[in-house]
Design a protein around this ligand. Sequence first.
Ligand SMILES: Cc1cc2nc3c(=O)[nH]c(=O)nc-3n(C[C@H](O)[C@H](O)[C@H](O)COP(=O)(O)O)c2cc1C
Length: 216
Amino acid sequence: MSMDFTDQRLSYEKGQLDQQSVPVSPFELLNAWMHEAIEAQVQEPYAMSLATCGADSKPSVRIVLLREITGKGIVFYTNYESAKGQDIAENPNAEALFFWHKLERQIRISGSIAKIDADKSVAYFQKRPHDSQVGAWVSQPQSGEVASRDLMEQTFEQLQADYPEGAAVPTPEFWGGYEIRIEKIEFWQGRANRMHDRIVYHKEADGSFVTKRLLP
Ligand SMILES: Cc1cc2nc3c(=O)[nH]c(=O)nc-3n(C[C@H](O)[C@H](O)[C@H](O)COP(=O)(O)O)c2cc1C
């Protein structure tokens, strides 16, 4: 069954972006936009699409949750043995994307990915709710096939019995954070008549960033 969306269009008129007045540091703008999204009550503004591409050259995209903006990049947590983990082991280049319809904004981040320090992953894992910790052990290897939901639930219950509420759940070695070190970041603000504002920051060899305006 086909569907036709060719008559569907919105005019974007909620903001604008001026190359002369954007901050020198893209991190400042990223933080400011994130604060504005939180204030505007965008639901889960820290949910981002993450695109990776392994040795087979076939891109994969999925949502992960941004957990930290550092001075160099952005951090998310996952299973290192998942499909995305395999992709990243084969090719460390990745792109992340946020789209906040409520603000008519898109942010595109690209760079290379590296695992964060194991100590930091352990600290974050130990902060997570008990049942999420158990869930991480159930989902191993994440993206592997499982015969049934029942089997998943049996494993979950077994692990809950092994690690009752209050008992420390060990941090799996196969689980932890990745940081995308920002090499390029584009801020997109929707405008009327498809005349959108696109300001991209490129990282230079000395670590500073230069901006360019892109055609929409
Ligand atoms: C809102 C939302 C948040 C998610 N957050 C994460 C996350 O932080 N880490 C993660 O590994 N998967 C997360 N997932 C699940 C992933 O989208 C994906 O299904 C899973 O990581 C397996 O991806 P892969 O097979 O490409 O490795 C989230 C999914 C949704 C819809």
